[in-house]
Design a protein around this ligand. Structure first.
Ligand code: DX5
Ligand code: ZN
Length: 220
């Protein structure tokens, strides 16, 4: 299967954002993974729609806005209008009961599609697949977190490999894995059925970015 790589700009040099985006494109990035954090759903605060719009002007790479925020339904429009191509939101952010979560997820998916963007649902490491089973036929992209969201540079949690495998058995769409991805953990994810890798530290801090991305895509 062809593997796609989305460098997570959280690990880039933000003072030189334009140059960093260009560096990622020249090194073989398939899209940009943009981590949006609100200081509520996760303890950290990062990027908003204004920065996404600024990035949009500087690249033709697809932008994946990974929303690690509460009330994602309130921000779909601004991230879509800012030029995100893929918008992912967390099932854990959608309320206390499973019914509420499913209902909200369905509405958010509809909203993202209305703006002609691709919806994706994201799952924390501890969240079971059962949470999203009722949604899979409406989605062609699932984001499996392999660290607890909030920060770059954390260690990969191997327990998620089983989840990737289980998901691939029931789902033919794109499976992206995010957190602690390097040439070793990335390969394990691909072996279990993932076809998209988000990687921050491993890509942006590599001495040779092109080689780092090549290794992630190499499925030998
Ligand atoms: C974590 C973010 C990840 C993170 C990945 O909350 O969603 O996308 O930037 O960074 P690395 O690859 O350094 O683990
Ligand atoms: Zn992310």
């Amino acid at each position: 299967m062809k593997i796609k790589v989305g460098p997570s700009i959280l690990a880039c040099d933000f003072a030189n954002l334009e140059a960093e985006i260009k560096r990622a494109k020249d090194a073989g990035a398939d899209f940009l993974h943009v981590d949006v954090m609100d200081g509520h759903f996760v303890p950290n605060i990062t990027i908003g729609p204004g920065v996404v719009a600024a990035i949009r002007k500087k690249t033709d790479l697809p932008i994946h806005a990974h929303l690690m925020i509460e009330r994602p339904e309130d921000y779909i429009e601004s991230f879509a209008k800012a030029g995100s191509d893929i918008i992912s939101f967390h099932v854990e952010a959608l309320g206390k009961t499973r019914n509420t979560r499913l209902k909200k997820a369905n509405n958010i998916i509809k909203k993202i599609k209305k703006f002609n963007r691709r919806p994706a649902i994201a799952l924390n490491p501890a969240t079971p697949l059962a949470e999203i089973k009722g949604l899979l036929e409406k989605l062609d992209w699932v984001l499996i977190m392999s660290v607890n969201p909030g920060f770059g540079g954390q260690d990969f949690i191997p327990a998620v490999l089983e989840k990737i495998f289980e998901l691939r058995n029931i789902y033919g769409g794109d499976i992206e894995v995010d957190g602690g991805i390097n040439d070793i953990t990335g390969k394990e994810c691909v072996r279990k059925g993932a076809n998209i890798l988000a990687a921050g530290t491993y890509v942006f801090r590599a001495s040779d970015m092109k080689e780092a991305i090549r290794r992630l895509k190499d499925d030998e």
